[in-house]
Design a protein around this ligand. Structure first.
Ligand SMILES: [Zn+2]
Length: 211
């Protein structure tokens, strides 16, 4: 939101307020005299100045740089989550990974007792193998070739959830950092283009500037 300031205070300024967090700042602004005699702030000019310093104006919503960064990050999180689900569905163990799973299950699973030895589980086996091995693959091989889990299922589910969410969080963190970098690049590009525009306008003389 952009609010005019009483011009009797002398300056030519307006107050810009972030529509998300309420942060506000003064911005230099020109005023135009309406035929009614009232003064009207040039909002387009104020928005132009704000976007130079990282603010955004999307669908009539004005956001400070912090809120704009947050909005962008949330947008890309949504995209990443969607992508992540598909990747999880498509991923399958390689032959080598299957062999490793069978080999390790042979050591930590007791076929006689129909359960894992000690504190071992699908999750610990997947973690020990590493290299992106998923506990779901271990569970599949175990069910097919060895036997039931035989452990406390609730604890197992919680462990599995923790691992899954940790993987999701790691992936999101990478994505957010990449987005921030792109955002910085885009902003730098805007600044560079605006500098060029200033040069062009100055070269064209005062008539072009006031147009
Ligand atoms: Zn804000």
């Amino acid at each position: 939101m952009i609010q005019p300031l009483d011009r009797s205070f002398g300056g030519s300024q307006a107050v810009a307020t972030c529509d998300d967090c309420g942060h506000s700042q003064y911005e230099r602004a020109d005023y135009e005299r309406l035929s009614s005699g009232a003064w009207q702030v040039n909002e387009g000019q104020v928005i132009h100045r704000l976007t130079k310093s990282g603010w955004s104006n999307v669908k009539g919503k004005l956001r400070c740089m912090a809120c704009e960064l947050k909005r962008k990050a949330e947008l890309s999180e949504k995209g990443q989550k969607h992508m992540g689900d598909n990747v999880t569905e498509l991923r399958q163990p390689t032959r080598e990974q299957k062999r490793q799973i069978v080999e390790m299950l042979g050591e930590v699973y007791s076929v006689d007792n129909g359960r894992y030895k000690g504190c071992e589980s699908d999750v610990t086996v997947a973690e020990a193998i590493g290299g992106g091995c998923m506990f779901g693959w271990v569970a599949q091989v175990r069910e097919d070739l060895f036997g039931p889990d035989g452990r406390n299922e609730e604890a197992e589910t919680l462990l599995a959830d923790i691992r899954q969410w940790r993987e999701t969080a790691d992936a999101l963190s990478v994505q957010v950092h990449a987005s921030l970098k792109k955002f910085d690049e885009a902003r730098d590009k805007v600044l560079a283009l605006e500098k060029r525009l200033d040069v062009v306008l100055k070269a064209a003389g005062p008539r072009a500037r006031s147009a």
